[in-house]
Design a protein around this ligand. Structure first.
Ligand SMILES: Nc1ncnc2c1ncn2[C@@H]1O[C@H](COP(=O)(O)OP(=O)(O)OP(=O)(O)O)[C@@H](O)[C@H]1O
Length: 596
């Protein structure tokens, strides 16, 4: 599949969030309503304070009221306390709701992404770097969680607080309210300008983080190469540069707000000044009671703080925007290679006939085709050997059998059925593959061999290890088949890893066995043993073997010689020797070295 960097998503970011809140939406709406409610309750303290001041502290009858109407005083005081406690309880419950829903979204999206990534095809893996993918499922996803848990809450909090208090201000004294609120549109304009500046910064920041994570991941997994070339200092410096770059971009992003902050802060700070000046005049003129003045000043923060908070919210919103785009890119990505809608189930073993019909192939990011008009047939149970100089297209050819890639022209058939007509799982279950680059899991040797079919018992594992000439060295290990091989099979030689990988491919009893230079690192004697074992497997199996050694190819029923993506010679050992072409020359060359 061609993974487009600029993808149009079927849903907006907020719709996508909403979709992933399924099952928790009602709870989330309750949370949002709770936010509005506890912000309304913010009014109660200044309201009751205002009334207490007017009735019992500053009014002309204050002292008299206190003596004759002390019940009301305590009543107001108790209500103030009750509402304060109630507000505290709602805030607590509300925080729990936001946290709970955000964790649910995080869990759901993370699982979904992992599932998506697992099902992607080869092009996806060559398009995305591991560090970048890791950033998407960790840092980017956390920005999404933060949106649900904090940003949305802050938006509701700021707007509801601002709105409720503005209405209350107008209710108390519209002239006073207007004087205070008239400057607020400037803040929105400043925030709008800020948004335009900070949005690209967050996109850049996110790329820098992915770059840094990629360096870290590559260095950790490639530590042996680093050590072999004594490049530790170089790698440390490279990471340091990426780290510094990230830190600088982070700083730059923060600085953007600092450019706008003084204006917003000045406007917010102007509020108490306006309050003092205009409120004072209104008090003197008798247009405002002392109680209302107290209520106004007790709530002035509720107008100023949302203004201050706005920058922060916009900043976090842009972070979410940059991160969610990256997450959604994976979320909505579809592999090109997937089951055809009419793919029929094929649970039985294949006979093992393989046919390439005028197959050409080019990688999507490649400039030129790597395979040209490849045609050949392998009968069930036969062994075909593919040879040719490095880069001539051998691996590309065998990758078309399990549909890791699709031919750009022509058709690959198994048992006379185009491979596209099988379900991918049915097709791949019937193929045992040992790749050039051996990757063993951090598991026991037994676990690694039984990876494709965990139902097989130790006895069978031992049998497959015998086929691949691995049983001798495994039994010499102190813990035998229980030996845990580290990440990438550390602690084993290249040839040992290859033999375990071969046993793993055989352990699924495949109808088609594909070996990509699997015995290149084993000695001649061991390779002979393996070839002999492969001829006497206790199940029928067509073998496709990429090999460079004549000792392997001469036993094959058919040999394909490839040059520059084309088949230049085809036949068995005797036929190709008689041709006196490239194969003959190779035999001459190797006979002097290997075959005596
Ligand atoms: N994922 C890829 N994307 C783009 N080009 C690729 C990719 N993999 C291989 N190629 C190119 O395709 C060509 C054939 O590569 P391939 O791995 O099939 O050769 P090979 O014969 O198996 O080589 P070797 O013997 O070294 O393993 C090479 O030119 C290689 O650069």
């Amino acid at each position: 599949m061609k993974v487009k960097k600029e993808t149009l998503f079927p849903k907006t970011k907020i719709q996508w969030l909403w979709e992933n809140m399924k099952g928790r939406r009602v709870l989330y709406v309750i949370g949002m309503l709770g936010t509005v409610v506890y912000n309304i309750l913010q009014l109660t303290v200044p309201y009751y304070s205002g009334r207490i001041v007017d009735l019992f502290l500053s009014g002309a009858d204050a002292w008299k009221n206190m003596r004759t109407n002390s019940g009301l005083f305590y009543h107001l005081l108790i209500l103030m306390i009750v509402f304060t406690v109630l507000r505290g309880v709602i805030v607590y419950g509300d925080c729990m709701i936001y946290e709970h829903v955000s964790q649910t979204v995080l869990y759901r999206v993370r699982n979904f992404l992992y599932d998506k990534i697992q099902r992607q095809d080869m092009t996806f893996y060559s398009t995305y770097r591991t560090g970048d993918l890791m950033t998407r499922v960790t840092g980017d996803l956390d920005a999404v969680r933060h949106m649900v848990a904090w940003v949305i809450r802050m938006v509701i909090e700021s707007f509801s607080l601002f709105g409720v208090v503005a209405i209350y201000f107008f209710y108390m004294n519209w002239k006073m309210a207007l004087s205070l609120l008239i400057i607020s549109p400037f803040v929105f304009f400043i925030i709008y300008l800020f948004k335009n500046k900070v949005a690209p910064m967050h996109a850049k920041l996110r790329e820098k983080l992915a770059q840094m994570n990629t360096y870290a991941q590559e260095n950790i997994s490639g530590n042996r190469v680093v050590k072999a070339f004594a490049r530790e200092a170089y790698e440390i410096e490279k990471f340091d540069r990426a780290n510094k770059d990230y830190a600088e971009t982070n700083k730059e992003t923060s600085m953007v707000w600092l450019k706008f902050f003084p204006y917003v802060e000045s406007i917010a700070n102007l509020m108490p000044v306006v309050m003092l000046a205009v409120g004072g005049v209104f008090l003197i003129r008798g247009e405002l009671t002392m109680g209302d003045y107290v209520a106004f000043s007790g709530l002035i923060w509720a107008i100023a703080n949302p203004m201050r908070q706005m920058g922060n919210i916009m900043n976090e919103f842009q972070r979410f925007s940059a991160a969610s785009k990256k997450v959604m890119e994976i979320y909505y990505s579809e592999p090109q290679i997937k089951d055809a809608l009419d793919a029929a189930a094929h649970p039985n073993r294949f006979d093992g006939k393989i046919e390439f019909r005028e197959v050409s192939f080019q990688y999507e990011d490649g400039d030129l085709p790597v395979l040209h008009d490849i045609s050949f047939t392998v009968k069930p149970g036969e062994t075909i050997a593919i040879m040719g100089e490095t880069g001539c297209g051998k691996t590309s050819l065998i990758n078309l059998i399990p549909r890791f890639y699709e031919p750009t022209k022509g058709e690959v058939r198994i048992d006379d059925i185009p491979v596209q007509n099988f379900r991918l799982s049915d097709l791949r279950k019937q193929i045992g593959l040992a790749t050039q680059d051996v990757l063993l899991y951090s598991d026991t040797i037994e676990g690694n061999i039984a990876y494709g079919d965990s139902s097989i018992d130790l006895e069978e594992v031992e049998k497959f290890a015998k086929y691949s000439a691995a049983s001798d060295f495994i039994s010499k290990m102190p813990e035998g088949y229980d030996t845990v091989v580290g990440e990438r099979g550390a602690g084993l030689s290249g040839g040992q890893k290859q033999r375990i990988s071969l046993a793993r491919a055989l352990a699924v009893r495949p109808s088609i066995l594909i070996l990509d230079d699997t015995t290149s690192a084993v000695d001649m004697e061991t390779e002979k043993q393996i070839q002999e074992a492969l001829r006497h497997l206790d199940f029928s199996c067509t073998k496709v073997i990429i090999a460079q050694r004549i000792s392997t190819t001469m036993m094959a029923d058919k040999i394909l010689v490839m040059q520059h993506g084309r088949i230049t010679e085809m036949g068995n050992h005797e036929e190709l020797m008689a041709k006196k072409g490239y194969y003959y020359e190779l035999v001459q060359l190797q006979t002097g070295e290997d075959l005596v």
